[in-house]
Write a protein of this length. Structure first.
Lengths: 605, 508
């Protein structure tokens, strides 16, 4: 009995929030945290002096009248999408809306967000107000500007104090969801677009003077879409809550995950790129190929997944694989070859998923789905785009940073897992090849790989085949990322205990089933924290594309904008802006991963 | 009369060939190997065709041919040949990596300790440092630092924050340089003798400590001995000038030896090393009771070592040029050494020079007297050091937090002092956690110096790019890059692993 209750108590303790440190009155707090010893007092004074000098210099730099901040404001569109045509800009906004809807619905379904006690929120606001006053005093402002900012700080402080007072004490202390705070903040930002006179800046290359700067609020083409985005986000969150209450949880989550996987290629290649499909060609060639593979493949797979098929099925699968390789070496339409290889993969995996009619139907549906998406995408990629962008790739700036990062991660994930499995496999040649590949790639800097691929891939291709520079670079980046990812996954795989392997074998699972259903799910779960770190790394290192000459956000901030005759020598301002963009995204990702670790207790092993 | 089939025979009868797991596994592996090799062959032949079609050859003779490259700094700013240019670039990269690793480690430890400080403001600053630097791409930081440095004042003939001693300008940073002068080698011999004496002093102090239990601080004594010798050596180093004629004699002796002597010696060394390695390897596979268990993998390794050593011996025997080269270079080495000792008795071992500024044409620039770094070097150096210090700081913090509090308390209870606790209890345990990820950071730092290409500093990648743009030799240059960076990575990981093994928990 006592054992049980103590276990319950332990569970209770681990579920509750950690006890907060007792709040001290300010004087005592300062004595303990700033002046606890002579050395500590010296450190406090010295570091605050240094901090004051540095922030004064930084603010002096930012608010220096010779800074050309209007170069950043004017080229905002260039920063995010490069020369994407204005008349088609609705495509960019709708892609963003799609991502926002997916994010909001996922947040609702996975119950993101935590509750923040009102008193803590109030204290944070008060601290923010104090910081604001300090900065306003340090910055080289005119008297009126200083007074303005002080007034703003006083307002913030008043709100904070009000929230703190109304919070209540002890047990019935009220709290607020972090999502509410987020929405209120975002609403404030969007509202400021309508109210505060930021000015209307644009850059029109076809006109003289090319730079347009008007006073007043920002252009309608900026503030209206952002307002709509905010409304969409809130609406999607509410819809997501309804979905969470009404629909069964697991299918919803799986659907959302599939949508997340599909979103990047569909948004990039169908929405943003806008291929002009040649209907005659589609009906005469693409559809028949798809139909043939769909019908033939479905029949074959439904036969292969029948448990009674046995040996013959495996032999057929191997024959298909060999046929796949043969078609790959003969000149033929690329779709046919890729579909054949895909079919071979599905046929080889079929015995693992064999079972009753329900299982078989599911497997065939999976084949049809993957085949359909692949055929559609290949057709779309091979069709010329209607978006006419001068020079280079059809998007640029921050969009291409995100695009390359997402594509690299999505493509390198399966490759990385395969490498990790090969490296931990018992088969020596697999292990050797994987180890060599991984260690080789990890020993070489990314930039040499990128240069190598951007120069050499055109040489490796058979004559008549072309690959854009961005695609070539992405291939190199995928290989690089896969090697690092494989090491992270391997760490996870090694944490799966021997007992799990043995239990799976005792139940009679094949090696493939054991790997797919027992080892990988547990291993990947453990590997989530390092994998998130890897994602942040891949996102940050897309900046290396600038060295190759791809128009990413860094290249635009460093080369393109300072090259405009109106904004000569505005490098520092734009680079500062670029680093702020990167920082905001990477910092949010790392915070999110920390919250994830805390919530699931993953990091504590 | 038929005997009953054994179990093995029955099993092999029951399993047909295409269901035998072993056979299937090997068929799959060989098939994969063939596919990989086939793909590589296919790609290589494509590349060969394409290169031939564009009249690009893939030989390494461009290393000998003249190029037109200017290198931002380092041992040779106007190299004659491609090989020399790559060599100068390699030295630059190594300088950057080694100094970067040194300073990043120091700064990283400071950051890690600051994150654990009792002082609120220090803690917050360290947290801010880590969170900002970790989440902004290194390349962005680098170009930002570069653009900030280009705004420095122009260099003048008599400018600098400390007039004549330290110059910080838009041409880079220049400071006084301490360098080894003519008397250095004689002084080094004095120090070498000092190290020898220190070894015995240390042994003696250690023996006393082991016997009596008194604190005799042997390491401190050894270091002190070396320092004393170094100090005395500054004044008495000419007493070793007699070494010059000795080296001369050795050089003459080496010149008169027949070629067979080094051949036999080298072969004996190679075979001996291989034998020692195999012996050690076998005894390491022996259990405490003397039971030997060797896996197939081990057999392969032993066989490989033996075959490789025999191959090297055969190579030495056949390739007489190599042994002749060893003899010649040995002779040269001793001749050079003799030259080094043949100096004026009053030569100083060290010398220092203040940075100088020369006016070449219209623009003043730094001369070769001071220790100067160009803007590119400075921006790569600072970016890499700051960036890596954030990561190392996190490692240090994690390592110190990983030492259980009970260890410190137990050490206090035994009566150890504060310094002793840190030196003998906390640090060894923390280092065990800190070292492996920090070694990884050193690898990353070395690879990250390749971003110097973005700020125009002449490192391996930048010079390599220029070389292949001028000569069209993409593949050889890329091969040289890969070889260079792989050997750097290998060196660092060997060193870090050596420390790891030394630090490892010795379990029974």
């Amino acid at each position: 009995m006592s054992e049980l209750s103590s276990a319950a108590a332990a569970a209770n303790v681990s579920g509750a929030a950690p006890p907060e440190a007792p709040k001290l009155p300010p004087r005592q707090w300062a004595k303990e945290n700033l002046f606890s010893s002579p050395f500590s007092s010296f450190l406090t004074i010295a570091t605050s002096m240094v901090l004051l000098v540095i922030s004064r210099a930084l603010l002096g730099f930012i608010f220096n009248p010779i800074r050309q901040w209007n170069s950043t404001a004017t080229n905002m569109q260039l920063f995010f999408t490069r020369a994407y045509p204005d008349e088609q800009y609705v495509r960019v906004w709708s892609s963003l809306a799609a991502i926002i809807i997916l994010t909001s619905v996922s947040m609702a379904v996975w119950r993101a967000g935590s509750s923040i006690p009102l008193s803590r929120l109030g204290r944070k606001l008060l601290a923010g107000a104090v910081l604001l006053v300090l900065l306003a005093l340090l910055a080289p402002f005119s008297a009126s500007a200083t007074i303005q900012w002080t007034l703003v700080a006083v307002c913030v402080a008043a709100i904070g104090e009000g929230i703190r007072r109304s919070a209540g004490k002890g047990e019935d202390e009220r709290s607020v969801s972090s999502l509410t705070v987020l929405v209120v903040t975002l609403a404030g930002l969007v509202a400021s677009l309508w109210v505060v006179p930021f000015g209307h800046h644009t850059y029109i290359p076809s006109r003289q003077p090319r730079v347009l700067a008007e006073s007043g609020t920002v252009a309608l083409t900026t503030k209206l879409p952002w307002t709509i985005m905010l409304l969409i986000a809130v609406a999607a969150y509410l819809v997501g809550r309804v979905i969470r209450e009404r629909l069964p949880l697991n299918p919803t989550r799986v659907t959302l995950l599939v949508l997340w996987l599909l979103a990047p290629p569909v948004l990039i290649y169908l929405v943003l790129r806008d291929p002009s499909f040649d209907m005659g060609h589609v009906v005469s060639t693409d559809l028949p190929i798809f139909a043939a593979y769909a019908v033939g493949g479905s029949l074959l797979l439904s036969w292969l997944t029948r448990p009674s098929t046995g040996e013959a099925g495996r032999i057929v699968a191997v024959v298909i694989l060999i046929a796949g390789f043969c078609t790959f070496l003969t000149p033929m339409r690329m779709v046919v070859r890729l579909d054949m290889l895909l079919l071979a993969v599905f046929a080889l995996a079929a015995p693992t998923f064999a079972g009753g009619p329900r299982n078989r139907k599911r497997y065939v549906l999976g084949w049809l789905g993957v085949l359909g998406v692949m055929s559609w995408l290949i057709t779309a990629i091979n069709t010329p785009s209607t978006v006419s962008v001068p020079g280079g790739f059809f998007i640029g700036g921050f969009s291409i940073t995100l695009m390359v990062a997402v594509l690299t991660l999505v493509l390198s994930f399966p490759l990385g897992i395969a490498l990790a499995l090969a490296r931990t496999s018992t088969m020596p040649i697999f292990r050797l090849l994987a180890t060599w590949f991984i260690e080789f790639v990890r020993g070489v800097p990314l930039i040499t790989i990128l240069i190598f691929f951007s120069i050499m891939v055109p040489l490796f291709l058979p004559r008549g085949m072309h690959l854009g520079e961005v695609a070539a670079v992405v291939i190199g980046y995928v290989l690089f990322s896969a090697a690092y990812l494989a090491e992270n996954v391997r760490g996870g795989l090694q944490s799966v205990t021997r007992g799990q392997h043995e239990a799976a074998e005792a139940v009679g699972m094949t090696t493939a089933q054991k790997t797919l259903f027992i080892v990988l799910p547990q291993g990947l779960r453990v590997a989530i924290p390092p994998l998130v770190g890897h994602c942040i790394g891949v996102f940050k290192e897309t900046s290396l594309l600038a060295i190759i000459g791809v128009f990413d956000v860094l290249y635009i901030g460093r080369i393109v904008i300072p090259g405009q005759t109106e904004f000569m020598g505005s490098t520092k301002e734009n680079l500062l802006f670029v680093s702020v963009i990167y920082w905001v995204f990477a910092y949010q990702m790392s915070k999110a991963s920390q919250r994830l670790e805390e919530r699931t207790g993953l990091g504590e092993r | 009369m038929t005997t009953a089939p054994t179990t093995r025979e029955r099993v092999s009868q029951r399993v047909p060939l295409w269901r035998d797991v072993i056979v299937l596994k090997w068929v799959t592996q060989v098939a994969l190997l063939l596919v990989v090799l086939g793909t590589m062959w296919f790609l290589a032949s494509q590349a060969g065709d394409n290169l031939r079609a564009r009249n690009i050859n893939t030989e390494f003779d461009f290393l000998e041919r003249p190029v037109d490259i200017q290198i931002s700094e380092g041992i040779d700013t106007h190299p004659d040949t491609g090989g020399r240019a790559l060599w100068a670039a390699m030295v630059n990269t190594l300088r950057l990596s080694i100094s970067g690793i040194f300073f990043a480690s120091i700064l990283g430890v400071v950051v890690g300790l600051a994150r654990l400080s009792d002082n609120w403001i220090v803690r917050r600053i360290a947290t801010g440092w880590v969170e900002v630097l970790r989440n902004v791409p290194l390349l962005v930081q680098m170009v930002l630092i570069y653009s900030a440095l280009t705004a420095l004042p122009r260099v003048g003939l008599d400018t600098g924050p400390v007039n004549g001693w330290l110059h910080i300008s838009n041409k880079g940073i220049s400071m006084p340089r301490v360098f080894i002068a003519d008397g250095f080698y004689q002084w080094a011999v004095v120090v070498l003798v000092g190290v020898l004496v220190a070894h015995f002093v240390r042994r003696h102090r250690q023996a006393v400590q082991d016997e009596t239990g008194a604190h005799t601080s042997p390491t401190l004594w050894a270091l002190g001995t070396v320092a004393v010798f170094g100090l005395i050596g500054l004044f008495i180093h000419p007493i070793f000038s007699w070494l010059g004629p000795v080296f001369d004699g050795v050089a003459d002796l080496l010149g008169s030896l027949p070629n067979a002597v080094p051949q036999v010696l080298l072969a004996a060394i190679v075979v001996g090393l291989a034998a020692i390695w195999i012996h050690r390897f076998i005894s390491s596979r022996r259990s405490a009771l003397g039971h030997l268990s060797i896996s197939d993998d081990d057999c392969f390794r032993i066989a490989f070592t033996a075959v490789a050593s025999l191959a090297v011996v055969a190579l030495i025997a056949r390739w007489t040029g190599f042994s002749a080269w060893t003899l010649n270079s040995g002779q040269d080495l001793f001749a050079v050494m003799a030259d080094k000792f043949d100096v004026d008795g009053a030569a100083r071992p060290f010398d220092a020079m203040r940075p100088d500024i020369i006016q070449k044409g219209r623009f003043p620039n730094y001369g070769t007297n001071g220790l100067s770094m160009s803007l590119g070097f400075a921006s790569v150096f600072f970016a890499v050091v700051f960036y890596t210090s954030a990561f190392i700081g996190e490692n240090v913090r994690g390592g110190i937090l990983a030492v259980p509090k009970g260890q410190t308390e137990a050490a206090k209870a035994v009566g150890l002092g504060r310094g002793q606790i840190i030196r003998h209890v906390v640090l060894p345990q923390a280092l065990r956690v800190i070292l492996p990820p920090t070694g990884n950071q050193y690898l990353n730092l070395t690879k990250n110096t390749s971003l110097a290409v973005a700020v125009g500093m002449s490192d391996m990648v930048q010079v390599g790019t220029t070389v292949f743009n001028q000569t069209g030799m993409t593949l050889p240059v890329v091969a040289i890059w890969m070889l260079f960076y792989l050997s750097c990575s290998l060196t660092i990981s060997v060193i870090v692993n050596w420390f790891n093994v030394r630090m490892r928990l010795v379990e029974r």
